[in-house]
Write a protein that binds this ligand. Structure first.
Ligand code: G3D
Ligand code: MG
Length: 233
């Protein structure tokens, strides 16, 4: 009789749930939130470049609760964020709006990011050579990329440029984008100094090259962790 009363008083006590959760978090019992290093990556590029589609493919590859990418995107207003759990830490991905009116917000991410992924629509940059061609959005793309690189808060941050939409027949090949746009920006006055960088061809729509892109980012943020240490959580 006395034992029944004791159990009842524990369950009805306002502290009962607290006691149970403290027990669940005791050492040796599975900890639901593992601690570790967290790195942030920002996805930049003009609107319509494929940032959100790329983000969807990344989530479907690395998040078990997100098996099917949502490939019907809508223009991003604000930000989409996801956190991947990788063997060497967490990778937080920030997909931010690329419309002209939203680009001024990018700066607020620079100081705390560990890598930048700049996505280009390879079917909307004319012939991809800034010396000879001003058609499509090539010039806009160049100015926006230079603006990112010139900002002192992005100095030394690894940069991955993705030549997206390589599945389209009218796309410019990655070698031409490297030679005609990226190399020229890097050799110019607005390159923002030395940093680790790479240009990769991808199709965010089909998923081709998405894993390689994440792997590149993963390796470079680790190499650069003395300059940009991760946030510990
Ligand atoms: P953004 O987030 O950079 O603004 P989105 O770009 O991811 O919203 O994509 C803009 C449009 O480009 C979408 O088409 C999307 O399907 C398309 N797109 C993105 N990546 C690729 C790709 O690799 N190949 C092709 N062919 N299309 C791509 P809609 O028609 O929905 O506007
Ligand atoms: Mg978007």
């Amino acid at each position: 009789m006395r034992r029944v009363k004791k159990v009842r008083s524990l369950v009805s006590s306002p502290f009962a749930p607290l006691k149970l959760s403290l027990r669940a978090a005791a050492p040796g019992v599975a900890d639901p939130i593992p601690t570790g290093a967290e790195y942030s990556v920002i996805l930049l590029g003009l609107d319509n470049a494929g940032k959100t589609t790329f983000h969807e493919q990344v989530k479907s590859l690395y998040l078990s609760d997100h098996p099917d990418p949502k490939l019907k995107t809508v223009p991003t207003v604000g930000q989409n964020v996801s956190t991947l759990t990788l063997p060497d830490g967490y990778l937080k991905i920030w997909d931010v709006g690329g419309q002209l009116s939203l680009r001024s917000l990018w700066q607020s991410y620079y100081a705390s990011c560990h890598a930048i992924v700049f996505i280009i629509d390879s079917s909307d940059i004319g012939d991809g050579n800034i010396d000879y061609d001003q058609s499509g959005r090539l010039e806009e793309c160049r100015l926006v990329l230079e603006d990112v690189l010139q900002n002192s808060e992005t100095e030394g941050v690894p940069l991955l440029i993705l030549a997206n939409k390589q599945d389209r027949e009218d796309c410019v090949e990655v070698v031409r984008i490297k030679e005609g746009l990226v190399k020229r920006v890097f050799e110019g006055e607005k390159s923002g100094g030395i940093r680790d960088s790479r240009v990769l061809p991808i199709s965010a729509l089909t998923g081709t090259g998405v894993k390689e892109a994440v792997e590149w980012v993963r390796s470079r943020i680790k190499w650069n962790k003395e300059s940009r240490p991760p946030v510990m959580r």
